[in-house]
Design a protein around this ligand. Structure first.
Ligand code: BG6
Length: 506
């Protein structure tokens, strides 16, 4: 396992070949290629590097390069031409179907050839940019073709990306299938939220600053809100989304990344096993719901037509490839309790939705009120509480809200804010979020990837919700596109005497 740096510059990844299954798709030209260009620009790709694209279309190397050139420039018009040319020269192509053994034979034949022209050696990173239902078959074929067998001085790794199943049994089955061919150390399961600087930084805020940890518990924190709000509707993804919904699409993966990073204990060491074990323990401590609890603590909503800013959005049910009577949720809000010494009695409220008032992902740590009202005419209930807001996107930084005296002879208090913005401190390099993940996979550091037990632990929390919804009784709440979400989500907190931080608030 490569050593992880906690500060300072990093060195280039070791020589390797990246083999992308599904190389003519959107993910490759929109995310992977631009990320590789950025990595090269920052000196983090090895000079001995090659890409082999694999897909069904019948293309020559040159035709593949030309197609990538066009599609990458279309997706990232500001891409540095020198970086792109450097990368395109190292791109090769194998055409074939993913369920045909011959395709893997062709990849096996191409690898040494490419390794000798580009000097990329025997290290190979396979990236499955395919439909999720092809993961098992591709990995089995890789195994049969001997492509994932490692040697003493070279590695073979496989990157897969969500969805990892659509419920607990299918996630367990997928893990079982992958682990029949690969060792856990060879599997890099991507959750792109972990590629975001601000998400990674949650660990640094918590564990590089002595002042926070003493407050980070049930004695000082009243509750925590985790939000991932989007303004976009379902767009062109109706066919996928209508069978998936907001819960499966966002909660056991992206929202739980934020949740576990905020709630976990300090790991004994800052490495893949240390961090991932602590994240799993948080999920184990979540109080599971029965049918009645789900109906009480989880809200499912769907957007109706409305205006997001000055743009009109049709109702979800009118989106292409969505059933006009669909009851799929585009919004979900839930309350979770973590039964451990740190968090007993502290609710975690999570919400995510499409077509909302504002795009905003953040974590609000709401501290308890000051213990009594020292100031005349300022009863403690009326003092605004202290908040620490970890802003993930699009604002990136930390906001602290506390009380201060209004200038004047009388003692009057008001809530004020103190803000740290990334942009004020760091010059921002173009960053898609996949740069870090690709680099970490190349150096073999799995801290930012999901271990099998992280995935299953998350589905274990979500499964009772899926079961209860299937059984019935969970009414769909409606909200207008461009709003703050359904009223029922406000009621979830109002019952506990609390309120969501408004998406519209600064
Ligand atoms: C994806 C979901 O995993 O994450 C999408 O499938 C969602 O529905 C997206 O829009 C959100 O990611 P980000 O980085 O835009 O917050």
């Amino acid at each position: 396992m490569a050593e992880t740096e906690t500060s300072g510059a990093s060195s280039p990844a070791p020589p390797c070949t990246l083999v992308i299954f599904g190389a003519t798709g959107d993910l490759t030209s929109r995310l992977l290629m631009p990320s590789l260009c950025h990595l090269h620009h920052s000196g983090l790709l090895p000079k001995d590097f090659a890409v082999i694209g694999v897909a069904r279309s019948d293309l020559s190397d040159d035709a593949f390069r030309q197609r990538l050139d066009e599609n990458v420039r279309k997706a990232s018009p500001k891409i540095d031409s020198d970086d792109l040319q450097w990368l395109l020269k190292r791109c090769h192509y194998v055409s074939g179907s993913f369920d045909d053994a011959k395709t893997y034979g062709a990849v096996a034949a191409r690898l040494p050839e490419v390794a000798s022209t580009d000097g990329s050696g025997d290290n190979v990173l396979f990236y499955l940019a395919t439909a999720a239902n092809e993961f098992t078959s591709v990995v089995q074929h890789l195994g049969k073709a001997g492509l994932v067998k490692e040697g003493e001085d070279y590695w073979r790794r496989v990157i897969v990306e969500k969805p990892f199943g659509r419920d607990l049994p299918s996630a367990q089955a997928l893990n079982r299938d992958l682990l029949q061919v690969l060792t856990e150390n060879q599997i890099f399961r991507i959750d792109h939220y972990l590629g975001k600087e601000t998400v990674q930084n949650i660990m640094v805020y918590r564990f590089a600053n002595g002042m926070l940890e003493p407050l980070w518990n049930r004695h000082h924190i009243d509750h925590i809100q985790i939000t991932a709000a989007e303004t976009l509707g379902v767009e062109r993804r109706g066919a996928f989304y209508d069978g998936t919904g907001a819960l499966r699409d966002m909660v056991p993966n992206h929202l739980f990344q934020l949740f576990t990073l905020v709630a976990m204990e300090p790991p004994v060491c800052f490495d893949a096993e240390g961090v991932r074990s602590e994240k799993s323990k948080v999920l184990q401590a979540v109080n599971f719901y029965d049918h009645k609890d789900v109906l009480k603590n989880v809200v499912r909503g769907q957007y109706r037509a409305g205006n997001v800013g000055d743009k009109h959005l049709d109702a979800y049910r009118a989106a292409p490839n969505v059933d006009p009577h669909s009851t799929t949720e585009t919004y979900v809000a839930l309350k979770l309790m973590v039964d451990n010494w740190r968090w007993a009695g502290v609710p975690f409220y999570l919400r995510t939705g499409k077509a909302l008032h504002r795009r905003r992902s953040e974590v609000v740590i709401r501290f308890k009120h000051a213990p009594f009202a020292l100031f005349r005419d300022t009863p403690v209930e009326r003092l605004p509480p202290n908040d620490m807001i970890l802003q993930i996107q699009p604002e990136e930084g930390v906001l602290l809200r506390f009380n201060a005296k209004v200038p004047g002879p009388a003692i009057h208090t008001t809530g004020v804010g103190m803000r740290f913005s990334y942009g004020d401190y760091f010059s921002s390099e173009p960053n898609i979020g996949y740069e870090t993940l690709l680099y970490e996979a190349m150096i073999g550091d799995a801290m930012l990837f999901q271990r099998a037990d992280n995935i299953e632990g998350a589905w274990r929390v979500v499964q009772p919700i899926l079961d209860a919804w299937k059984k019935g009784g969970a009414d769909l709440a409606y909200y207008e596109a461009g709003s703050e979400g359904p009223e029922e989500a406000d009621e979830l907190l109002a019952r506990d005497g609390r309120k969501w931080r408004r998406l519209a608030s600064p």
